[in-house]
Design a protein around this ligand. Structure first.
Ligand code: KG4
Ligand code: ZN
Length: 338
């Protein structure tokens, strides 16, 4: 079969990224321009600034990518772009850029969901084999999913309230840690001890998750201590929180493996960059003799390579979109696109 080259575009939040990927699993080249330092000054992503910076960066990012890849846009087979979820203005900048390339170079356009990107980044490690369980842990998702083929899913566990990444970010905020919250909690946690007692979320044998209780417990603890004039040991609280939050993921993942009998596990989403989670997943994998895949760190955070990977199965099905493609700030991935 002829090799398929897909140019992927990602701009759903504060990274402007373009990549070229061969056959959905081999990165030819990638360029990621992160706006993180700019937003850090404001304590979080400022949507208006993000879209403006994407507009300014895209042509430069493309120029850089093409230089690295030794390819031209005319050499690729399709253009893929993240259409949801994310900051609407930022998504639209990427979508308009993708439509322009598609029109000028007469290439089919593929609309990719950001979470599909995180999932299919696993193909960069080794081809996903089915059936598999997928653990999706991000700013908007906390899910255990049974996958029987590319784009065939059954959610067997989900959060009933907050997503785990959202919880990391809120806890970081109450501890006055800088943006981005998740990675900073991880840094502080490395220096701390589990000296704070926090409630175990969803202390039962269901596969669902709940993070709002844990989040509220941390917020209340911080407020109470501050009112009493007591210092918070941020390292210890970060460590106590991270341990409980991650251990809950591990416990439910183990339950899901035992319930389904599926011994393959792929991991996806920004929180999979967390070193404590990665270590605990490795331990679980050794204990249960799992076939475990976690994308390399670089592909856990937002990048266009994962978007081009996810677009490949869509390309094979000729699942193309037209120029009416619009961005969606919120769209739950596991509902089928119509
Ligand atoms: O997958 P992602 O891009 O989110 C969505 O697309 O919704 O991941 C972003 C989330 C944020 O909540 C961020 O704080 C979290 O992933 N995150 C981390 C780490 N790196 C990113 N959380 C914990 N530890 C990390 N090292
Ligand atoms: Zn992401």
């Amino acid at each position: 079969m002829k090799d398929v080259y897909i140019l992927g575009i990602e701009s759903s939040c504060d990274e402007t990224s373009i990549s070229i990927v061969k056959n959905g699993c081999e990165e030819i080249a990638t360029t990621v321009f992160t706006q993180m330092d700019t937003h850090a000054e404001f304590g979080g992503v400022v949507p208006e600034i993000a879209s403006r910076m994407h507009t300014e960066s895209f042509t430069l990012v493309l120029e850089d990518l093409l230089k690295k890849s030794n390819m031209n846009v005319s050499d690729v087979d399709a253009i893929a772009v993240t259409y949801a979820p994310g900051l609407l203005g930022s998504l639209l900048v990427g979508i308009e850029f993708a439509k322009t390339l598609s029109l000028v170079y007469n290439k089919p356009l593929i609309a990719v969901h950001h979470i599909a990107g995180h999932i299919f980044a696993n193909n960069l490690v080794k081809k996903i084999e089915y059936p598999t369980l997928a653990l999706v842990v991000s700013g908007g998702h906390t899910e255990l999913v049974k996958m029987t083929s590319d784009y065939d899913f059954e959610v067997i566990g989900t959060t009933l309230d907050d997503a785990i990444g959202e919880c990391f970010d809120k806890v970081a905020r109450v501890l006055d840690l800088k943006y981005p919250g998740g990675p900073n909690i991880e840094k502080y946690a490395e220096l701390g001890k589990n000296n704070y007692k926090l409630p175990i979320p969803m202390d039962n044998n269901e596969l669902n998750f709940s993070y709002s209780g844990l989040k509220s417990a941390v917020i209340n603890l911080v407020h109470n201590e501050r009112q009493r004039g007591n210092e918070i040991n941020k390292e210890d609280l970060a460590s106590s929180f991270q341990t409980i939050a991650v251990d809950e993921i591990i416990r439910k993942t183990e339950l899901a493996i035992k319930e389904t009998g599926i011994k393959r596990l792929i991991v996806a989403g920004g929180v999979s960059a967390n070193k404590y989670l990665r270590k605990e997943l490795e331990t679980l994998s050794n204990k249960l003799n799992l076939d475990l895949s976690i994308p390399p760190l670089k592909y856990c955070t937002d990048n266009a390579t994962m978007i081009a990977c996810a677009a490949y199965p869509q390309y094979l099905k000729q699942d193309f979109t037209n120029f009416e493609l619009n961005g969606k700030s919120q769209e739950y991935f596991f509902q089928k696109k119509d």
